[in-house]
Write a protein that binds this ligand. Structure first.
Ligand code: FCB
Length: 480
Protein backbone atom coordinates (compact mmCIF):
# COMPACT_ATOMS: atom_id res chain seq x y z
CA UNK A 1 0.00 0.00 0.00
CA UNK A 2 1.41 3.44 -0.85
CA UNK A 3 2.32 5.49 2.19
CA UNK A 4 0.07 8.28 0.98
CA UNK A 5 -3.11 6.19 1.22
CA UNK A 6 -5.35 7.49 3.93
CA UNK A 7 -9.08 7.41 4.40
CA UNK A 8 -9.45 10.86 5.81
CA UNK A 9 -12.85 11.38 7.41
CA UNK A 10 -15.26 12.76 4.84
CA UNK A 11 -18.91 13.72 5.17
CA UNK A 12 -21.48 11.98 2.92
CA UNK A 13 -21.81 15.20 0.92
CA UNK A 14 -18.08 15.18 0.23
CA UNK A 15 -17.12 14.74 -3.42
CA UNK A 16 -15.05 11.72 -2.45
CA UNK A 17 -17.88 9.70 -0.84
CA UNK A 18 -19.81 7.21 -3.00
CA UNK A 19 -23.33 5.85 -2.46
CA UNK A 20 -23.29 2.82 -0.11
CA UNK A 21 -24.60 0.38 -2.77
CA UNK A 22 -22.04 1.50 -5.40
CA UNK A 23 -20.26 -1.54 -6.90
CA UNK A 24 -16.47 -1.49 -6.92
CA UNK A 25 -15.51 -3.99 -9.56
CA UNK A 26 -12.79 -5.09 -11.91
CA UNK A 27 -13.25 -6.47 -15.43
CA UNK A 28 -11.58 -9.09 -17.62
CA UNK A 29 -12.47 -11.12 -20.69
CA UNK A 30 -12.15 -14.80 -21.46
CA UNK A 31 -9.60 -14.83 -24.29
CA UNK A 32 -7.44 -12.23 -22.58
CA UNK A 33 -6.94 -14.23 -19.37
CA UNK A 34 -8.13 -17.84 -19.46
CA UNK A 35 -5.59 -19.73 -21.58
CA UNK A 36 -6.43 -23.49 -21.71
CA UNK A 37 -7.55 -23.01 -25.29
CA UNK A 38 -7.69 -26.71 -26.09
CA UNK A 39 -9.16 -28.01 -22.85
CA UNK A 40 -12.54 -29.56 -22.05
CA UNK A 41 -13.81 -29.50 -25.61
CA UNK A 42 -13.06 -25.86 -26.44
CA UNK A 43 -12.46 -25.23 -30.14
CA UNK A 44 -10.77 -22.24 -31.81
CA UNK A 45 -12.42 -18.85 -31.83
CA UNK A 46 -11.64 -16.16 -34.37
CA UNK A 47 -9.05 -14.80 -31.94
CA UNK A 48 -7.17 -18.12 -31.84
CA UNK A 49 -7.04 -18.14 -35.62
CA UNK A 50 -6.12 -14.46 -35.89
CA UNK A 51 -3.41 -14.50 -33.22
CA UNK A 52 -1.86 -17.61 -34.79
CA UNK A 53 -1.73 -15.89 -38.18
CA UNK A 54 1.75 -14.42 -38.72
CA UNK A 55 1.90 -10.65 -38.52
CA UNK A 56 -1.44 -10.11 -36.78
CA UNK A 57 -0.34 -9.54 -33.17
CA UNK A 58 2.77 -7.96 -31.67
CA UNK A 59 5.51 -10.57 -31.55
CA UNK A 60 3.04 -13.20 -32.76
CA UNK A 61 1.68 -13.45 -29.23
CA UNK A 62 -1.46 -15.49 -28.58
CA UNK A 63 -3.90 -16.22 -25.76
CA UNK A 64 -2.89 -19.90 -25.64
CA UNK A 65 -1.75 -19.58 -22.04
CA UNK A 66 -2.64 -15.96 -21.31
CA UNK A 67 -2.50 -15.68 -17.50
CA UNK A 68 -3.81 -19.22 -17.00
CA UNK A 69 -6.92 -18.01 -15.18
CA UNK A 70 -8.74 -21.20 -16.24
CA UNK A 71 -6.59 -23.07 -13.73
CA UNK A 72 -5.94 -20.27 -11.25
CA UNK A 73 -9.43 -18.78 -10.91
CA UNK A 74 -9.68 -19.80 -7.23
CA UNK A 75 -6.54 -17.84 -6.33
CA UNK A 76 -7.69 -14.93 -8.49
CA UNK A 77 -11.05 -14.75 -6.71
CA UNK A 78 -9.32 -14.99 -3.33
CA UNK A 79 -7.11 -12.08 -4.39
CA UNK A 80 -10.13 -9.98 -5.40
CA UNK A 81 -11.69 -10.66 -2.01
CA UNK A 82 -8.47 -9.82 -0.21
CA UNK A 83 -8.26 -6.53 -2.08
CA UNK A 84 -11.87 -5.70 -1.14
CA UNK A 85 -13.61 -5.75 -4.54
CA UNK A 86 -17.38 -6.11 -4.44
CA UNK A 87 -18.03 -7.01 -8.10
CA UNK A 88 -16.30 -8.81 -10.96
CA UNK A 89 -17.10 -8.60 -14.66
CA UNK A 90 -15.90 -11.57 -16.73
CA UNK A 91 -16.87 -13.00 -20.09
CA UNK A 92 -17.90 -16.48 -21.13
CA UNK A 93 -15.97 -18.04 -23.98
CA UNK A 94 -18.55 -19.05 -26.60
CA UNK A 95 -16.40 -21.86 -28.10
CA UNK A 96 -15.93 -23.34 -24.62
CA UNK A 97 -19.69 -23.65 -24.16
CA UNK A 98 -20.83 -24.34 -27.72
CA UNK A 99 -17.74 -25.31 -29.72
CA UNK A 100 -19.25 -25.18 -33.19
CA UNK A 101 -21.56 -22.28 -32.42
CA UNK A 102 -24.55 -24.59 -32.73
CA UNK A 103 -26.23 -27.39 -30.84
CA UNK A 104 -26.20 -28.41 -27.20
CA UNK A 105 -23.90 -26.97 -24.56
CA UNK A 106 -20.71 -28.71 -23.46
CA UNK A 107 -21.22 -29.21 -19.74
CA UNK A 108 -17.48 -29.19 -18.95
CA UNK A 109 -17.27 -25.70 -20.39
CA UNK A 110 -20.28 -24.46 -18.45
CA UNK A 111 -18.94 -26.14 -15.31
CA UNK A 112 -15.92 -23.86 -15.34
CA UNK A 113 -18.18 -20.81 -15.16
CA UNK A 114 -20.40 -22.49 -12.54
CA UNK A 115 -17.33 -23.00 -10.35
CA UNK A 116 -16.11 -19.47 -10.97
CA UNK A 117 -19.48 -17.94 -10.09
CA UNK A 118 -19.87 -20.10 -6.99
CA UNK A 119 -16.42 -19.03 -5.85
CA UNK A 120 -17.28 -15.36 -6.39
CA UNK A 121 -20.57 -15.66 -4.50
CA UNK A 122 -18.86 -17.51 -1.65
CA UNK A 123 -16.54 -14.51 -1.31
CA UNK A 124 -19.39 -11.97 -1.45
CA UNK A 125 -18.36 -10.69 -4.91
CA UNK A 126 -21.17 -9.89 -7.34
CA UNK A 127 -20.63 -11.52 -10.76
CA UNK A 128 -21.41 -9.59 -13.94
CA UNK A 129 -21.37 -11.91 -16.95
CA UNK A 130 -20.59 -10.74 -20.49
CA UNK A 131 -21.78 -13.23 -23.11
CA UNK A 132 -19.62 -11.99 -25.97
CA UNK A 133 -16.23 -10.34 -25.66
CA UNK A 134 -15.11 -10.95 -29.25
CA UNK A 135 -14.38 -14.70 -29.34
CA UNK A 136 -16.74 -15.94 -32.07
CA UNK A 137 -16.44 -19.70 -32.70
CA UNK A 138 -14.31 -20.06 -35.84
CA UNK A 139 -16.94 -22.30 -37.45
CA UNK A 140 -19.40 -19.42 -37.40
CA UNK A 141 -16.86 -17.11 -39.03
CA UNK A 142 -16.28 -19.78 -41.67
CA UNK A 143 -20.03 -19.65 -42.31
CA UNK A 144 -19.85 -15.87 -42.83
CA UNK A 145 -19.38 -14.40 -39.34
CA UNK A 146 -21.27 -11.34 -38.12
CA UNK A 147 -22.00 -9.99 -41.62
CA UNK A 148 -24.17 -13.13 -41.95
CA UNK A 149 -27.69 -12.84 -40.52
CA UNK A 150 -27.73 -16.35 -39.08
CA UNK A 151 -24.96 -15.43 -36.61
CA UNK A 152 -27.44 -13.24 -34.70
CA UNK A 153 -29.73 -16.25 -34.21
CA UNK A 154 -26.81 -18.47 -33.21
CA UNK A 155 -25.83 -15.88 -30.59
CA UNK A 156 -29.34 -15.86 -29.09
CA UNK A 157 -29.29 -19.66 -28.88
CA UNK A 158 -25.92 -19.60 -27.12
CA UNK A 159 -27.17 -16.87 -24.76
CA UNK A 160 -30.07 -19.06 -23.77
CA UNK A 161 -27.77 -22.02 -23.00
CA UNK A 162 -25.67 -19.88 -20.68
CA UNK A 163 -28.74 -18.33 -19.04
CA UNK A 164 -30.24 -21.75 -18.36
CA UNK A 165 -27.04 -22.77 -16.60
CA UNK A 166 -26.25 -19.57 -14.67
CA UNK A 167 -29.41 -17.47 -14.60
CA UNK A 168 -30.18 -18.65 -11.08
CA UNK A 169 -26.98 -17.20 -9.62
CA UNK A 170 -25.76 -14.38 -11.87
CA UNK A 171 -27.94 -11.28 -11.67
CA UNK A 172 -26.01 -8.94 -13.96
CA UNK A 173 -25.94 -9.88 -17.66
CA UNK A 174 -24.21 -8.07 -20.50
CA UNK A 175 -24.97 -9.30 -24.00
CA UNK A 176 -22.16 -7.80 -26.10
CA UNK A 177 -18.95 -6.01 -25.27
CA UNK A 178 -18.22 -3.07 -27.55
CA UNK A 179 -19.99 -4.17 -30.73
CA UNK A 180 -18.28 -1.23 -32.49
CA UNK A 181 -14.95 -3.04 -32.15
CA UNK A 182 -16.40 -6.36 -33.35
CA UNK A 183 -17.90 -4.73 -36.44
CA UNK A 184 -15.47 -2.00 -37.43
CA UNK A 185 -12.12 -3.30 -36.20
CA UNK A 186 -12.98 -6.91 -37.07
CA UNK A 187 -14.46 -6.34 -40.54
CA UNK A 188 -13.47 -2.73 -41.41
CA UNK A 189 -9.89 -1.85 -40.47
CA UNK A 190 -9.04 -5.49 -39.84
CA UNK A 191 -6.84 -4.88 -36.80
CA UNK A 192 -9.00 -7.28 -34.80
CA UNK A 193 -10.18 -10.80 -35.58
CA UNK A 194 -11.25 -11.96 -38.08
CA UNK A 195 -9.14 -9.30 -39.81
CA UNK A 196 -11.39 -8.52 -42.77
CA UNK A 197 -11.28 -5.11 -44.48
CA UNK A 198 -14.63 -4.60 -46.16
CA UNK A 199 -16.60 -1.49 -45.14
CA UNK A 200 -19.93 -2.89 -46.35
CA UNK A 201 -19.36 -6.08 -44.35
CA UNK A 202 -18.56 -3.97 -41.28
CA UNK A 203 -21.95 -2.24 -41.49
CA UNK A 204 -23.75 -5.55 -42.02
CA UNK A 205 -21.88 -6.90 -38.99
CA UNK A 206 -23.02 -3.93 -36.91
CA UNK A 207 -26.64 -4.61 -37.84
CA UNK A 208 -26.39 -8.29 -37.01
CA UNK A 209 -24.69 -7.53 -33.71
CA UNK A 210 -27.64 -5.26 -32.86
CA UNK A 211 -30.05 -7.96 -33.93
CA UNK A 212 -28.11 -10.58 -31.96
CA UNK A 213 -28.23 -8.36 -28.91
CA UNK A 214 -32.01 -7.95 -29.20
CA UNK A 215 -32.69 -11.64 -29.82
CA UNK A 216 -30.38 -12.63 -26.97
CA UNK A 217 -31.97 -10.14 -24.58
CA UNK A 218 -35.40 -11.60 -25.35
CA UNK A 219 -34.09 -15.15 -24.92
CA UNK A 220 -32.55 -14.22 -21.56
CA UNK A 221 -35.79 -12.60 -20.40
CA UNK A 222 -37.71 -15.73 -21.28
CA UNK A 223 -35.59 -18.09 -19.17
CA UNK A 224 -34.19 -15.99 -16.31
CA UNK A 225 -35.69 -14.74 -13.06
CA UNK A 226 -37.21 -11.26 -13.44
CA UNK A 227 -34.77 -9.77 -10.90
CA UNK A 228 -31.81 -10.25 -13.25
CA UNK A 229 -30.53 -7.19 -15.10
CA UNK A 230 -29.86 -7.25 -18.84
CA UNK A 231 -27.44 -4.70 -20.28
CA UNK A 232 -24.98 -4.13 -23.11
CA UNK A 233 -21.52 -2.54 -22.87
CA UNK A 234 -20.88 0.12 -25.50
CA UNK A 235 -17.59 1.89 -26.11
CA UNK A 236 -19.53 5.02 -26.85
CA UNK A 237 -17.13 7.55 -28.24
CA UNK A 238 -16.84 11.03 -26.82
CA UNK A 239 -16.45 12.88 -30.10
CA UNK A 240 -15.29 16.47 -29.99
CA UNK A 241 -14.96 18.80 -32.98
CA UNK A 242 -11.56 20.42 -33.53
CA UNK A 243 -13.21 23.81 -33.97
CA UNK A 244 -16.70 25.35 -34.04
CA UNK A 245 -16.43 25.52 -37.82
CA UNK A 246 -19.62 23.98 -39.31
CA UNK A 247 -17.53 21.53 -41.35
CA UNK A 248 -15.84 20.24 -38.18
CA UNK A 249 -19.17 20.03 -36.36
CA UNK A 250 -20.55 17.98 -39.25
CA UNK A 251 -17.50 15.69 -39.14
CA UNK A 252 -18.03 15.15 -35.41
CA UNK A 253 -21.71 14.33 -35.96
CA UNK A 254 -20.78 11.81 -38.66
CA UNK A 255 -18.37 9.98 -36.37
CA UNK A 256 -20.90 10.17 -33.55
CA UNK A 257 -23.44 8.39 -35.78
CA UNK A 258 -20.93 5.70 -36.77
CA UNK A 259 -19.63 5.16 -33.25
CA UNK A 260 -22.73 5.72 -31.14
CA UNK A 261 -25.98 6.30 -33.03
CA UNK A 262 -25.54 3.07 -34.96
CA UNK A 263 -25.95 1.19 -31.67
CA UNK A 264 -27.93 3.36 -29.31
CA UNK A 265 -30.29 4.45 -32.12
CA UNK A 266 -31.89 1.02 -32.56
CA UNK A 267 -31.30 -0.22 -29.01
CA UNK A 268 -32.56 2.80 -27.08
CA UNK A 269 -34.77 4.62 -29.56
CA UNK A 270 -35.93 1.91 -31.97
CA UNK A 271 -34.39 3.25 -35.21
CA UNK A 272 -31.11 3.89 -37.01
CA UNK A 273 -30.43 7.64 -37.29
CA UNK A 274 -31.57 8.93 -40.72
CA UNK A 275 -28.27 10.84 -40.94
CA UNK A 276 -26.32 7.57 -40.57
CA UNK A 277 -28.29 5.87 -43.35
CA UNK A 278 -27.73 8.87 -45.62
CA UNK A 279 -24.00 9.16 -44.87
CA UNK A 280 -23.35 5.46 -45.57
CA UNK A 281 -25.54 5.20 -48.69
CA UNK A 282 -22.50 4.99 -50.97
CA UNK A 283 -21.23 1.97 -49.00
CA UNK A 284 -24.39 -0.04 -48.36
CA UNK A 285 -28.10 0.00 -49.12
CA UNK A 286 -29.05 -1.45 -45.70
CA UNK A 287 -31.31 -3.97 -47.49
CA UNK A 288 -30.31 -6.57 -44.87
CA UNK A 289 -32.45 -4.75 -42.31
CA UNK A 290 -35.61 -6.86 -42.46
CA UNK A 291 -39.12 -5.92 -41.41
CA UNK A 292 -39.40 -6.55 -37.71
CA UNK A 293 -35.65 -6.19 -36.98
CA UNK A 294 -36.11 -2.78 -35.42
CA UNK A 295 -38.66 -4.20 -33.01
CA UNK A 296 -36.43 -7.18 -32.22
CA UNK A 297 -33.48 -4.90 -31.42
CA UNK A 298 -35.45 -2.48 -29.29
CA UNK A 299 -35.83 -4.64 -26.17
CA UNK A 300 -36.08 -2.64 -22.94
CA UNK A 301 -32.75 -2.73 -21.12
CA UNK A 302 -32.34 -2.80 -17.33
CA UNK A 303 -29.02 -0.97 -17.44
CA UNK A 304 -26.42 0.38 -19.84
CA UNK A 305 -22.70 -0.33 -19.59
CA UNK A 306 -20.28 2.38 -20.72
CA UNK A 307 -16.63 1.67 -21.50
CA UNK A 308 -14.46 4.77 -21.62
CA UNK A 309 -10.75 5.39 -22.11
CA UNK A 310 -10.15 8.61 -24.05
CA UNK A 311 -12.07 11.15 -26.15
CA UNK A 312 -11.79 11.60 -29.94
CA UNK A 313 -10.98 14.89 -31.62
CA UNK A 314 -12.11 15.20 -35.23
CA UNK A 315 -12.27 17.68 -38.06
CA UNK A 316 -13.23 17.88 -41.70
CA UNK A 317 -10.42 16.81 -44.03
CA UNK A 318 -9.26 20.37 -44.69
CA UNK A 319 -8.18 20.71 -41.06
CA UNK A 320 -6.08 17.56 -41.30
CA UNK A 321 -2.95 17.12 -39.26
CA UNK A 322 -2.74 13.48 -40.18
CA UNK A 323 -3.33 12.49 -36.56
CA UNK A 324 -4.08 8.98 -35.39
CA UNK A 325 -7.36 7.16 -35.83
CA UNK A 326 -9.73 7.17 -32.91
CA UNK A 327 -9.91 3.41 -32.43
CA UNK A 328 -6.49 3.28 -30.77
CA UNK A 329 -6.36 -0.50 -31.05
CA UNK A 330 -3.87 -0.65 -33.89
CA UNK A 331 -2.80 0.88 -37.17
CA UNK A 332 -4.23 -0.15 -40.52
CA UNK A 333 -4.35 1.17 -44.08
CA UNK A 334 -8.09 0.59 -43.96
CA UNK A 335 -10.41 2.95 -42.18
CA UNK A 336 -12.80 1.61 -39.56
CA UNK A 337 -15.21 4.45 -40.44
CA UNK A 338 -17.25 3.58 -43.56
CA UNK A 339 -18.29 6.60 -45.59
CA UNK A 340 -16.16 8.98 -43.52
CA UNK A 341 -12.92 9.14 -45.51
CA UNK A 342 -13.10 12.92 -45.41
CA UNK A 343 -12.98 13.05 -41.60
CA UNK A 344 -9.64 13.42 -39.82
CA UNK A 345 -8.70 12.36 -36.29
CA UNK A 346 -6.34 14.47 -34.21
CA UNK A 347 -4.27 13.83 -31.13
CA UNK A 348 -6.05 15.33 -28.13
CA UNK A 349 -3.69 17.47 -26.08
CA UNK A 350 -2.50 16.32 -22.67
CA UNK A 351 -0.70 13.52 -20.91
CA UNK A 352 -1.03 10.05 -22.41
CA UNK A 353 -0.96 6.47 -21.22
CA UNK A 354 1.23 3.74 -22.68
CA UNK A 355 -1.46 3.15 -25.36
CA UNK A 356 -0.98 6.75 -26.52
CA UNK A 357 -4.48 7.53 -25.24
CA UNK A 358 -4.88 11.02 -23.78
CA UNK A 359 -5.99 11.10 -20.16
CA UNK A 360 -9.18 13.14 -19.90
CA UNK A 361 -11.68 12.36 -17.13
CA UNK A 362 -14.01 15.09 -18.41
CA UNK A 363 -14.78 12.71 -21.28
CA UNK A 364 -16.15 10.17 -18.82
CA UNK A 365 -18.24 12.84 -17.11
CA UNK A 366 -19.62 14.00 -20.48
CA UNK A 367 -20.39 10.44 -21.54
CA UNK A 368 -22.29 9.60 -18.36
CA UNK A 369 -24.25 12.86 -18.52
CA UNK A 370 -25.06 12.28 -22.17
CA UNK A 371 -26.70 8.94 -21.46
CA UNK A 372 -28.40 10.37 -18.40
CA UNK A 373 -30.16 12.72 -20.82
CA UNK A 374 -30.50 10.26 -23.69
CA UNK A 375 -31.93 7.39 -21.65
CA UNK A 376 -33.58 8.95 -18.61
CA UNK A 377 -34.18 6.49 -15.79
CA UNK A 378 -31.81 3.84 -17.18
CA UNK A 379 -29.21 2.82 -14.57
CA UNK A 380 -25.64 3.15 -15.82
CA UNK A 381 -22.45 1.25 -15.03
CA UNK A 382 -18.94 2.14 -16.07
CA UNK A 383 -18.12 -1.37 -17.28
CA UNK A 384 -14.52 -0.53 -18.30
CA UNK A 385 -12.08 2.24 -17.54
CA UNK A 386 -8.36 2.07 -16.88
CA UNK A 387 -4.88 2.71 -18.19
CA UNK A 388 -1.80 0.87 -19.48
CA UNK A 389 1.58 1.75 -18.05
CA UNK A 390 4.99 0.19 -18.36
CA UNK A 391 4.91 -1.26 -14.84
CA UNK A 392 7.97 -3.02 -13.48
CA UNK A 393 8.67 -4.55 -10.09
CA UNK A 394 11.13 -2.77 -7.78
CA UNK A 395 14.18 -4.69 -6.60
CA UNK A 396 12.08 -5.53 -3.53
CA UNK A 397 9.42 -7.09 -5.81
CA UNK A 398 6.79 -4.44 -5.25
CA UNK A 399 5.08 -2.66 -8.16
CA UNK A 400 4.40 1.03 -7.69
CA UNK A 401 2.10 2.65 -10.23
CA UNK A 402 1.27 6.15 -9.04
CA UNK A 403 0.20 7.16 -12.58
CA UNK A 404 -2.56 4.55 -12.52
CA UNK A 405 -3.70 5.71 -9.08
CA UNK A 406 -3.92 9.26 -10.44
CA UNK A 407 -5.84 8.00 -13.49
CA UNK A 408 -8.33 6.09 -11.34
CA UNK A 409 -8.71 8.96 -8.92
CA UNK A 410 -9.44 11.39 -11.76
CA UNK A 411 -11.98 9.14 -13.47
CA UNK A 412 -13.74 8.02 -10.29
CA UNK A 413 -13.98 11.68 -9.26
CA UNK A 414 -15.64 12.38 -12.62
CA UNK A 415 -18.14 9.59 -11.93
CA UNK A 416 -18.82 10.98 -8.48
CA UNK A 417 -19.40 14.45 -9.93
CA UNK A 418 -21.85 13.01 -12.46
CA UNK A 419 -23.74 11.30 -9.62
CA UNK A 420 -23.96 14.64 -7.82
CA UNK A 421 -25.32 16.13 -11.04
CA UNK A 422 -28.10 13.55 -11.25
CA UNK A 423 -26.60 10.53 -13.04
CA UNK A 424 -27.65 7.08 -11.79
CA UNK A 425 -24.26 5.34 -11.94
CA UNK A 426 -24.45 2.11 -9.96
CA UNK A 427 -20.90 0.84 -10.24
CA UNK A 428 -17.43 1.01 -11.77
CA UNK A 429 -15.35 -1.84 -13.22
CA UNK A 430 -11.67 -1.12 -13.47
CA UNK A 431 -10.02 -2.48 -16.61
CA UNK A 432 -8.39 -4.70 -15.73
CA UNK A 433 -8.02 -6.97 -12.75
CA UNK A 434 -4.83 -8.54 -14.13
CA UNK A 435 -2.24 -7.69 -16.75
CA UNK A 436 -3.36 -9.67 -19.78
CA UNK A 437 -3.34 -10.28 -23.54
CA UNK A 438 -4.12 -6.88 -25.02
CA UNK A 439 -5.37 -8.11 -28.42
CA UNK A 440 -3.17 -6.91 -31.31
CA UNK A 441 -0.66 -5.48 -28.83
CA UNK A 442 -0.01 -8.87 -27.28
CA UNK A 443 1.32 -8.76 -23.72
CA UNK A 444 3.16 -5.46 -24.21
CA UNK A 445 0.48 -3.24 -22.67
CA UNK A 446 -0.18 -3.76 -18.98
CA UNK A 447 -3.66 -2.65 -17.88
CA UNK A 448 -3.80 -4.71 -14.68
CA UNK A 449 -4.21 -3.49 -11.13
CA UNK A 450 -2.42 -6.76 -10.43
CA UNK A 451 0.96 -7.33 -12.04
CA UNK A 452 1.56 -10.66 -13.75
CA UNK A 453 5.06 -12.02 -14.24
CA UNK A 454 4.65 -13.69 -17.63
CA UNK A 455 7.51 -16.08 -16.91
CA UNK A 456 6.10 -17.53 -13.69
CA UNK A 457 2.49 -16.26 -13.92
CA UNK A 458 2.90 -15.04 -10.35
CA UNK A 459 0.47 -12.26 -9.38
CA UNK A 460 1.54 -9.15 -7.44
CA UNK A 461 -0.98 -6.44 -6.58
CA UNK A 462 0.32 -3.07 -7.74
CA UNK A 463 -0.06 -0.10 -5.42
CA UNK A 464 -3.15 0.92 -7.46
CA UNK A 465 -4.84 -2.37 -6.49
CA UNK A 466 -4.36 -1.52 -2.80
CA UNK A 467 -5.55 2.04 -3.39
CA UNK A 468 -8.64 0.82 -5.24
CA UNK A 469 -9.35 -1.82 -2.60
CA UNK A 470 -9.21 0.88 0.05
CA UNK A 471 -11.80 2.89 -1.93
CA UNK A 472 -13.97 -0.23 -2.29
CA UNK A 473 -13.84 -1.00 1.44
CA UNK A 474 -14.56 2.52 2.60
CA UNK A 475 -16.68 3.92 -0.24
CA UNK A 476 -14.40 6.95 -0.13
CA UNK A 477 -11.65 7.82 -2.59
CA UNK A 478 -8.31 7.83 -0.78
CA UNK A 479 -5.88 10.62 -1.63
CA UNK A 480 -3.31 10.14 -4.38
C1 FCB B 1 -11.50 -2.33 -24.61
C2 FCB B 1 -11.73 -3.83 -24.59
C3 FCB B 1 -10.89 -4.56 -23.55
C4 FCB B 1 -9.49 -3.99 -23.51
C5 FCB B 1 -9.53 -2.49 -23.31
C6 FCB B 1 -8.19 -1.86 -23.14
O1 FCB B 1 -11.84 -1.82 -25.86
O2 FCB B 1 -13.10 -4.10 -24.34
O3 FCB B 1 -10.91 -5.91 -23.84
O4 FCB B 1 -8.82 -4.32 -24.67
O5 FCB B 1 -10.18 -1.91 -24.41
Amino acid sequence: MPDSVSSSPASPASPAVFPPAFLWGAATSAYQIEGAVREDGRTPSIWDTFSHTPGRTAGGETGDIAVDHYHRYRDDVALMAELGLTAYRFSVSWPRVQPTGRGPAVQAGLDFYRRLVDELLAHGIRPALTLYHWDLPQELEDAGGWPQRDTAFRFAEYAQLVAEALGDRVEQWITLNEPWCSAFLGYGSGVHAPGRTDPAAALRAAHHLNLGHGLAASALRAVMPARNEIAISLNSAVVRPLSPDPADLAAARRIDDLANGIFHGPLLHGAYPASLLAATASVTDWSYVHDGDTRAMHVPLDALGLNYYTPSLVSAASGSTGGPRADGHGASDHSPWPGADDVRFHQTPGERTEMGWTIDPTGLYDLVMRYTREAPGLPLYVTENGAAYDDKPDPDGRVHDPERIAYLHGHLSAVRRAITDGADVRGYYLWSLLDNFEWGHGYGKRFGAVYVDYGTLERTPKSSARWYGEAARSGVLPGV
